[in-house]
Design a protein around this ligand. Structure first.
Ligand code: GLN
Length: 237
């Protein structure tokens, strides 16, 4: 049986709106199928473990992003070669911005990114905030967004989802998140995977496809889908 190795980037600094829940969801969905995973927390100065199958990163305030920015950028080459090698990555909000080329904060600070995703983010005076349900190849993704950074997609990525409500990446072009190879970035917190079980399994399926071709038995997702329906219906604040 293959044990997946999941690297969780900066769990102390980058974990707002429950993003660590994405790790819990992946571990649980494996456990419910009798499968196992090893989760490795990677903080400032820690070595990225070898043979990683999945990389997770959560959201953080501009200040937290600044704090880890220098450390993050030292990992650029490693993260890019992992992405080229098909490692599955899910980066939420602040970590999504840092996987891009650069993030210019509202105060003019330039935080360089890892260049894994062809995106750029500009801080703004507008804050995009509220529950959000968007349409993706893996059905509806349901989460919560709260960011003032506005992200533009380059030619090297495609949107993860489209949004009818006009928020998402930048409030203008109806895109939400970005995808290249097995790397996914999104503004959806909540945690996203708890209410987006099809997408959660897509991440696991891709990780296993690279390793051992493990077939994932279906789970009963009634509760998750009920939670998604409730969250998707709640009015935006
Ligand atoms: N600091 C970033 C912004 O506001 C990211 C916030 C977050 O991760 N929720 O754009």
């Amino acid at each position: 049986m293959t044990t997946l190795r999941i690297a969780h980037l900066y769990p102390r600094e980058m974990n707002i709106y429950g993003d660590t829940g994405n790790l819990v969801v992946l571990l649980k969905r494996l456990e419910w199928r009798g499968l196992t995973a090893e989760a490795v927390a990677v903080g400032v100065g820690d070595t990225l473990p070898a043979d990683v199958d999945i990389v997770l990163g959560g959201g953080g305030q501009d200040a937290a992003q600044g704090d880890i920015g220098e450390d993050f950028v030292t990992r650029s080459a490693d993260l890019r070669s992992m992405a080229d090698d098909g490692v599955v990555m899910l980066a939420i909000c602040g970590a999504y911005q840092l996987l891009g080329r650069e993030f210019r904060t509202q105060t003019g600070r330039v935080i360089r990114g890892a260049g894994v995703l062809d995106i750029e983010t500009q801080g703004s005076a507008t804050r995009l905030i509220g529950n959000h349900a968007v349409d993706s190849e893996w059905g509806q993704l349901v989460g919560y967004e709260n960011h003032s950074g506005l992200t533009r997609l380059g030619d090297g990525v495609r949107a993860l989802a489209t949004t009818a409500s006009g928020r998402g990446n930048n409030g203008e072009d109806s895109t939400e998140g970005a995808v290249r190879d097995n790397v996914f970035g999104t503004y959806l917190h909540g945690p996203l995977l708890a209410k987006s079980p099809v997408f959660a399994d897509e991440l696991l399926r891709r990780a296993f496809e690279r390793r051992a071709g493990q077939v994932l038995e279906p789970l009963d997702d009634a509760l998750e889908l009920q939670a998604a329906a409730v969250a998707a219906k709640r009015p935006r604040t």
